[in-house]
Design a protein around this ligand. Sequence first.
Ligand SMILES: NC(=O)c1ccc[n+]([C@@H]2O[C@H](COP(=O)([O-])OP(=O)(O)OC[C@H]3O[C@@H](n4cnc5c(N)ncnc54)[C@H](OP(=O)(O)O)[C@@H]3O)[C@@H](O)[C@H]2O)c1
Length: 272
Amino acid sequence: MLANQKVAVIGMGKMGTTIVKAMIQNGLVAPSQIVGSTGHEQTAERAAKEAGIRVVTDSQSAVRDANIVILAVKPQTMMSVLDTIGPYLNSEQLFISLAAAMSLAKIEAKLPAGSPTIRAMPNLPALVKEGMTVMCTGQYAMKSHIEMATAIFGSFGLVRVIDNEDLMDAVTALAGSGPAYGYIIIESLAEGGVKAGLPRSLATTLAAQAMRGAAAMVLETGEHPAKLKDMVTTPAGTTVDGIMALEEGSLRVALIKAVDAATAKSKELSKG
Ligand SMILES: NC(=O)c1ccc[n+]([C@@H]2O[C@H](COP(=O)([O-])OP(=O)(O)OC[C@H]3O[C@@H](n4cnc5c(N)ncnc54)[C@H](OP(=O)(O)O)[C@@H]3O)[C@@H](O)[C@H]2O)c1
């Protein structure tokens, strides 16, 4: 699908580099089809070595011949970068912005009129090809553009497209921040294993794999999590006692409040 496409990745930090590596590893593009850019010479060299592509510090030259421009700089540098590369852009190019809490309207205002634009929110498990990306599209993004973006983000995880951009704050709070909540759950379960006498490394592996297994069951069977929980919970068995302790500790409410609070924070940042 991307066989004849030239891709510019503006910002070869954690996300930019992850995307480039996944695209190449999945055979979506050859290294020669991608050019990256960074703010500093030293990081350009490091990123070029890590991703195996040409990385420049002159973003204008990177975007000039590109069909797809992935904008992967920090939100606070995005506007000045768009000002710098603006004169070298055209409305035939597909723009994909990764900037958290930055609306399509704000990005589109800096692009040539009529440019197909996609806002994407990936998350960091992309590093191990277990990412979750949610995209919303600007008014000029066609089916073919969405398919190309889906192929790019699909090279390191699941992809979903939503119609309502307002929901991107909730997406950020759940999928973006979610791994942090998961790490706390895994760390705490492992602590419980240690309390019960397991060596820490074994306890951590058991906790992480139990969470991975539970997540895979939800995703692969499509069953409601409550039904899967019931399958584990034998009458008068061990699990139900554990569940009672979780309910006493208000785990559910704590997690709901976590997503709610992070959504509110994302909304606040989006306004700024
Ligand atoms: N990390 C995540 O989990 C995550 C998840 C979802 C979305 N995002 C979004 O992805 C974007 C990138 O995040 P990140 O975590 O990858 O950030 P990062 O690691 O800090 O990378 C930022 C990159 O931008 C480069 N840069 C800075 N100024 C530049 C300029 N003028 N021209 C070209 N490149 C420039 C930096 O190069 P130098 O180091 O040389 O300055 C660096 O390579 C952000 O908008 C963020 O909101 C990140």
